[in-house]
Structure formats: C-alpha cells, structure tokens
Write a protein that binds this ligand. Structure first.
Ligand code: PNS
Length: 163
C-alpha cells in the first residue's frame, strides 16, 4: 500500500508551538506529512520564505515522517503535486472555524479528491498564533513559551533585542 501523505500548509510566520503540536498529531495519523510554506509576499511576512523554512527545519528535530517544501498558487495544486490525500489544518477557537470552513469548501470545489482534516491543538496552545506572537514580542513581551527556541532567538535577532 502506498504512503498516506498529508499536506500541512500555512504561512508559518513564524512557526509556533501550536504548529508543532498539530504537526505531531498529524504525524501519528499519516505516514508522511509535508509542511508547505506559502511564499506569500502579499501578506508582507516578517520572515522571508527561506527564514521560515529554516526555522521550521531547526524546530522539527529531524522528524523522519516530515518533509518541508514551499509553494505559491493554490494549496490543492501543491497537495496534488506532493501526492497528499489530505490537507491538515489546526483549529484553536471557534473564531478559526468560519475562515477554515470557507477554505475547506472552496478547496473541495477545486479538487474533490483532496480532503481537509482538522486537528485540535492542546489547551495550552489555544491562544497562540503567529500574529499574536509577533505583536507581543514587538511590544516588549516575552514569547519563549509560545515558540520553539530557534524561533525565539530569530525574533530577538530580527528586533535587535537580547531577551
Ligand atoms: O497559516 P495561514 O496563513 O493561516 O495559512 C493560510 C493558507 C496558506 C492555508 C491559505 O492562505 C492558502 O491556502 N493559500 C493558498 C492560496 C489558495 O489555495 N487559496 C484558496 C484556498 S480558499
């Protein structure tokens, strides 16, 4: 039987402990998970695509079930190109639902063969998002419990802070 592959797409600007939580859960279910980093200049990311990929690579600890790639264009097209049968997305709070629901139905319309699977993060990660991490850090707060160490270090470097 061929490997059951899932695509975990996102901006990952930057990767958080919430993302890693979803990734761990997805790796238990699928034979392989491909993390797809969206190269989306329209969203004016804080980290370049290369930086985001590097931070993920350094945070996944050589997990043999995980591959890392970048894409632009449609997620369903990238999913098909890597042989994924499913797109994995994390759900934290009900406010995520509306947007995810819309994306899922559109993706299904674009390619009915690619299913979307939602995984729920653990309670401790419910309030973590890349946007909140960036905002809190920018305003002087600490974010070490919300992101992997490589990412906390990269944020310090980016903002010229020592803690
Ligand atoms: O981490 P994010 O920013 O929540 O991820 C959003 C992402 C990358 C999954 C979404 O923006 C996306 O799929 N973009 C690619 C373009 C696309 O396929 N759009 C149609 C989906 S409705």
């Amino acid at each position: 039987m061929s490997d059951r592959i899932a695509l975990y797409p996102g901006s990952f600007d930057p990767v958080t402990r919430g993302h890693l939580d979803i990734l761990d859960r997805a790796s238990l279910i699928f034979d392989r998970v491909v993390i797809g980093v969206l190269q989306n200049p329209a969203k004016s990311p804080l980290f370049t695509t290369e930086e985001r990929v590097d931070l993920i690579r350094r945070s996944i600890d050589g997990n043999a079930h995980v591959d890392l790639g970048t894409f632009d264009g449609l997620t369903v097209d990238y999913a098909q190109s890597v042989g994924a049968i499913a797109i994995v997305r994390g759900l934290r709070v009900t406010s995520d639902f509306e947007n995810e629901f819309q994306m899922t139905l559109m993706n299904r319309r674009l390619n009915p063969d690619v299913h979307t699977v939602f995984l729920m993060t653990s309670f401790s990660n419910v309030f973590i998002s890349s946007s909140i991490v960036k905002e809190v850090f920018r305003l002087g707060g600490t974010i070490d419990d919300a992101v992997p160490p490589a990412c906390a270090e990269a944020l310090r470097r980016k903002f010229g802070r020592d803690r």
